[in-house]
Design a protein around this ligand. Structure first.
Ligand code: TYM
Length: 339
């Protein structure tokens, strides 16, 4: 049996929020603690599929690295690196792009959402985004990819691309990666509208809790979070048509490592005026140490740069032979050259 190898990544665009933390990062730490071989990438090449100011990109890349470490990713146990420092991501992307059908890319909902009505003017990079994501994963022959629910479709495509390659070249070379969609909070919703995903790009900052928010800001955002007038019910089924209530319960449960049902059993009958202060306390207690550590790390960016460079060297050592072998299988004279 193949050994478990984990790969995942986040885009260095804007701030990390509670959705990134509960949907992904928290699970990344758990997998590291289990002793799995983990690679956690900062996907800066994905970030530029939307225009980025160069200074902001540099700052965000370091900030995401600080966020990973502050949440518990230990650079001595896991490999943390920016995608752009390992040439193999872009190299493999091109190779895989040649065997990805545009019909499949046309079905990607993230592209449709991001390109909006103006799809004709969207960049080729935004369209090809899922192929780069497939390359990120296949480059390391990662077996498991811990992500939030919104990345499911991209992972399905990565599996298909792996199978297309294996089928075309008649060998089990790439490992079709399994999605790891873990925990209670696989899709954290906006605090202003329980039918919309919490996202970095939503206009209102009140819709999300950022990992760099201070205690007062977190308290204000939770106090103002949209709710309904009914008290908390006894069962999850009763939350079905109450998206905002469901979201706050999910967040609370996930922060406490409990199930939503366990939380409802404790809190049934309470009004939001009683529940929200409990949620504020739990959120602040959980996030304050992370924020403090992130701010601390950002005071010495040279240390972050060193961690990223070391990580990239380790990642590169794994990636380079895979690119070389892929190219050799495809018929390139790569083994006659050095790169
Ligand atoms: P990104 O940067 O949008 O999000 C990073 C991770 O956070 C999860 N996430 C959420 N989970 C629950 N609720 C939410 N509201 C929420 N918002 C975001 C995402 O599912 C993701 O796990 N395409 C990826 C980045 C990527 C990648 C990869 C991931 C590029 N290459 C290879 C895994 C493997 C993305 O845009 O994530």
């Amino acid at each position: 049996m193949t050994q478990k190898r984990i790969l995942s990544g986040m885009q260095p665009t804007n701030n990390l929020h509670l959705g990134n933390y509960l949907g992904a990062l928290k699970n990344w730490v758990a997998l590291q603690e289990e002793g799995a071989e983990c690679l956690y990438c900062i996907v800066d090449l994905h970030a530029i599929t939307m225009p980025q100011d160069p200074d902001d990109l540099r700052r965000s890349t370091r900030e995401i690295a600080a966020g990973y470490i502050a949440c518990g990713i230990d650079p001595t146990q896991s490999i943390i690196f920016p995608q752009s420092m390992v040439a193999g991501h872009s190299q493999l992307m091109w190779l895989l792009a040649t065997m990805t059908q545009v019909g499949k890319l046309n079905r990607m909902t993230q592209f449709k959402d991001k390109a909006g009505k103006n799809a004709e003017k969207a960049g080729l990079g935004l369209y090809a985004y899922p192929v780069l994501m497939a390359a990120d994963i296949l480059l390391y022959k990662a077996t498991h990819v811990p992500v939030g629910d919104d990345q499911k479709q991209h992972l399905e495509l990565a599996r298909e691309i792996a199978s297309t390659f294996n089928h075309r070249y008649k060998q089990e070379f790439f490992v079709p990666p399994a999605p790891y969609i873990m925990g209670e909070a696989t899709r954290v919703m906006s605090l202003r509208d329980g039918t919309q995903k919490m996202s970095k790009s939503a206009e209102s900052d009140m819709s999300r809790i950022n990992l760099i928010d201070d205690a007062d800001t977190i308290a204000k955002k939770i106090r103002k979070a949209k709710t309904d007038a009914a008290p908390l019910p006894e069962t999850i089924k009763d939350l079905e048509n109450r998206p905002e209530a469901k979201n706050l319960i999910t967040i609370y449960a996930s922060l406490l490592d409990k199930t939503s049902q366990e939380v409802l059993t404790e809190l049934a009958g309470k009004q939001f005026s009683e529940f929200k202060p409990l949620l504020v306390d739990v959120a602040v207690a959980h996030l304050a140490p992370i924020t403090a550590r992130m701010n601390d790390l950002m005071r010495d960016v040279s240390e972050i740069d060193k961690i990223l460079k070391d990580g990239a060297e380790k990642a590169n050592a794994l990636a380079e032979p895979v690119v070389r072998e892929t190219m050799d299988i495809m018929g390139f004279l790569i083994n006659k050259a050095r790169f």
